[in-house]
Ligand binder design. Structure first.
Ligand SMILES: Nc1nc2c(c(=O)[nH]1)N[C@H]1C(S)=C(S)[C@@H](COP(=O)(O)OP(=O)(O)OC[C@H]3O[C@@H](n4cnc5c(=O)[nH]c(N)nc54)[C@H](O)[C@@H]3O)O[C@H]1N2
Ligand SMILES: Nc1nc2c(c(=O)[nH]1)N[C@H]1C(S)=C(S)[C@@H](COP(=O)(O)OP(=O)(O)OC[C@H]3O[C@@H](n4cnc5c(=O)[nH]c(N)nc54)[C@H](O)[C@@H]3O)O[C@H]1N2
Ligand code: SF4
Ligand SMILES: [Mo]
Length: 693
């Protein structure tokens, strides 16, 4: 007799969609993963990556036992050991270092899983230890900061309203690849007569399907938003009543916007004056008619020097035209600020007690691993515990990162599903469970549902959940705090603050049964103002920015590396390079899944026909891409999808699957954004040359 059951789960990946999954389990084996047809945003559909989730879960290369390194760092040679030996070795090294200074130990994690239990709860262990803290900036902190100064929190237009909009600006995002369920709603809006405009230097899959594509130079979005303000004010396409009641600093903004006539904006952005004027006029006119005008501001535009300011400027636009009045209007950057996540309960920062700890920025891990002990830095990093992340492939200036990981005196532990580029540098490599094998609870950054993940199958091999690994380590280190023994279920039940009206109905047992539950939120969050800023208004003028040493008004901050801002560098390295996600990978996750890698083919660089011709590059030529930081080899695709002067290397390849063991991050820099201390992945100048064969 076979037994079949359906288990309610949640997609754990770093994707705004956070889909509700139904996992089919037959005799203890997960045989299929489907999207829950009843969950409103998932609507029964998964992306190709997760539709084949069992292929990843049961992959022949899954790590199933603890391993210790026997080859050189980076070589990837390991030998099987027992859990007992692994835990004893780690505990001994950590106690030894902690006895001198626990700050020499650094946890390094990001969003391999976004589950609050497997992602956040390990911090309990590190807080108790007094380890260094990690500033988790690698993705979204620039835009988050700019948005927060302006709007107050990561709250915006609900994805479930987009189909009702009449005009949608897809600004620095590629939802077909990276936000599929929003794209479904946008397509519905299109069928109902909405106009779609993509603002993106690259003709992405999405830009290609929009009515209009404004291909501005990378890193110039803040100027385009200032130009729109200028035209909206000049043409009086404003909602004066909304401005008077719900905004702060309009008069100063008006003065500032005067400095940005369309001609200046066109010059900075590398587009035509007409494009600026027409965009602003359409935006203002649709809003004035009372129709939904929605902006989806994504991550693409934040990964440059002025990325925070760009998001801030864009976030000012809806208030100028009163777009927030309509539930299908406004802007969505993220929905994450809508969730009253009880971070204190999950991470227990109180366990730090009075210990002094420093914070290391994950985006400069390369430099920081190479720093010696000093009064300003504190102790040299002696131990690194990596989980839910693959920094050797994804962190900027990869050559330096790899040099740091290769330090002989660094003790590195990696918790992983697979032997990634980072795992190759581990001293001890531990097998972690996947989402099908452990419990978790999720918030989302693209919708408004609290989500539950029930384990569908038993852990494969000797794999253990991250939390269990840290519970065992806590035991070995003699930490007897009760919260370090709590089960995953107990932790999950504390995920949302039930005292908050949005999560008043949160009940973990009920959520596990149902799988998902929407927050209590109004459809149009700022129809009547009520912005969560200090003034309660949308802040065109921000005192907090001034206090933080920033321009309190919207402004334009040029890229570090561009022809206009650094002509000298541009003579050497004339091409701007961006590296947005490939559709079939999720950051560097899935690169080792054969069928998905086969669809992506091999690492490519898209280059405009004119730039290619000038360098004697034809379609399919192997090219060397380089700047002062490094070099890597890819196959050229000659295409006008990349505007002239721009090259595009879809990412993020595992180095070990690339042509020369290197990926695009060899060329990216560790310089940080204007706010939020985030990386500047898309603020890079390079040169490209054909490799003679
Ligand atoms: N399939 C898939 N989905 C993903 C991911 C993945 O790797 N693969 N990653 C997930 C993660 S972690 C994130 S953060 C999101 C990211 O997803 P998105 O928010 O879509 O952001 P990006 O992919 O960085 O860039 C999107 C678009 O921005 C454009 N862009 C680059 N520079 C600029 C600029 O200066 N200005 C403007 N206007 N546009 C620019 C790029 O050409 C690209 O087409 O997607 C998530 N979803
Ligand atoms: N050049 C360039 N670089 C980029 C970007 C870009 O657009 N261009 N994008 C940046 C962005 S937006 C982001 S968010 C970062 C992403 O960087 P990361 O967050 O490091 O994401 P991944 O590369 O997907 O690596 C996540 C790893 O976590 C592992 N994992 C998943 N679940 C679990 C679990 O439950 N337990 C354990 N122990 N491990 C688990 C997966 O196997 C995977 O190897 O990359 C950044 N880097
Ligand atoms: S990666 Fe995104 S679109 Fe794909 S299943 Fe997960 S949440 Fe849904
Ligand atoms: Mo990200």
């Amino acid at each position: 007799m076979t037994s079949t059951s359906i288990v309610r789960a949640t997609c754990p990946h770093d994707c705004p969609d956070t889909c509700a999954l139904l996992v089919t389990v037959q005799d203890g084996v997960a045989t299929a993963v489907h999207g829950d047809p009843e969950h409103p945003t998932t609507a029964g559909v998964l992306c190709t990556k997760v539709a084949r989730y069992t292929e990843r879960t049961y992959h022949k290369d899954r790590l199933l036992h603890p391993l210790k390194r026997v080859g050189a760092k980076g070589e990837g040679k390991f030998e099987r050991i027992t859990w007992d030996e692994a835990l004893t070795t780690i505990a001994a090294r950590l106690s030894d270092i902690a006895a001198r200074d626990p700050q020499a130990i650094l946890p390094y994690s990001y969003a391999g899983t976004m589950g609050r239990v497997q992602s956040n709860a390990p911090m309990r262990f590190f807080h108790r230890l007094g380890a260094s803290l990690l500033d988790r900036t690698i993705c979204a902190s620039a835009g988050a900061a700019g948005y927060k100064y302006t709007i107050g929190a990561g709250i915006g237009t609900d994805i479930e309203q987009f189909q009702n909009a009449k005009l949608i600006l897809i600004w620095g995002g590629n939802p077909i690849a990276s936000n599929l369920h929003l794209w479904t709603r946008i397509q519905e809006a299109k069928r109902r007569g909405a106009k779609l405009i993509a603002i993106d230097p690259y003709r992405s899959l999405t830009a290609d399907k929009c009515h209009q594509h404004i291909a501005l130079l990378p890193g110039t979005d803040a100027a385009l938003a200032l130009g729109m303000m200028n035209v909206l004010i000049e043409e009086d396409l404003l909602d004066h009543d909304y401005i008077a009641q719900h905004t702060l600093g309009f008069d100063q903004l008006k003065q500032r916007a005067q400095e940005w006539p369309p001609a200046r904006v066109a010059e900075v952005c590398g587009i035509s004056e007409d494009e600026v004027v027409q965009l602003a006029c359409e935006y203002g006119a649709v809003a004035r008619a009372g129709d939904g005008v929605a902006i989806r501001a994504n991550y693409g535009l934040q990964r440059v020097h002025g990325g925070g300011m760009a998001v801030r400027n864009i976030a000012c636009l809806p208030a100028l035209v009163g777009a927030w009045r309509n539930a299908a209007g406004g802007v969505q950057l993220t929905s994450s600020g809508s969730f009253p996540v009880n971070t204190t309960a999950i991470e227990r920062s109180d366990l730090l007690k009075n210990k002094l700890t420093r914070t290391i920025n994950m985006s400069t891990i390369g430099d920081d691993l190479l720093r010696e002990t000093s009064p300003s830095f504190g102790p040299k990093i002696e131990a690194l515990i990596v989980y839910n992340a693959n920094p050797v492939a994804v962190a900027p200036e990869s050559g330096v990162v790899a040099q740091g990981f290769a330090r002989e005196d660094l003790f590195t532990v990696v918790l992983e599903h697979f032997q990634t580029d980072t795992a190759d540098y581990a001293d001890i490599l531990l097998p972690a469970t996947t989402q099908l094998e452990h419990t978790d609870v999720h918030s989302a950054y693209g919708h408004l549902y609290m989500m539950a993940n029930n384990p569908a199958i038993a852990p494969l091999g000797e794999a253990k959940p991250n939390t269990e690994i840290f519970r065992l380590l806590a035991q070995r280190l003699g930490f007897d705090d009760i919260c370090l023994k709590e089960s995953d279920d107990t932790i999950a039940a504390q995920a949302f603050d039930q005292r908050h009206e949005r999560a008043i109905h949160f009940d973990w047992d009920a959520l596990k049964q149902k799988g998902w539950q929407k927050l209590n939120m109004p459809d149009a969050p700022f129809a009547n103002g009520g912005f969560p800023t200090p003034s309660g208004k949308c802040e065109f003028f921000s005192d907090r920015m001034q206090a933080d040493g920033l321009d309190p008004l919207p402004t334009y901050i040029a890229p570090y590396e561009s022809r206009a801002s650094n002509p000298e560098l541009a003579t050497k390295y004339p091409l701007a390079m961006i590296s947005p996600p490939a559709r079939n990978f999720l950051n560097s996750t899935f690169v080792n899944v054969q069928s998905l890698r086969a669809t992506e083919g091999e690492p490519h660089l898209d280059i405009h026909p004119n730039d290619a011709a000038a360098r004697h590059i034809v379609h399919g030529t192997m090219v060397r891409v380089f700047n002062d930081r490094g070099t890597f080899t890819v196959k050229a695709r000659v295409t006008d999808k990349a505007r002239e002067g721009l090259v595009v290397g879809l990412s993020i390849w595992w180095k070990k699957f690339a042509h020369d063991g290197k990926n695009v991050n060899e060329l990216t820099s560790q310089r940080l954004t204007d706010m939020g201390r985030a990386p500047t992945f898309y603020d890079v100048l390079v040169e490209v040359e054909a490799i003679s064969q």
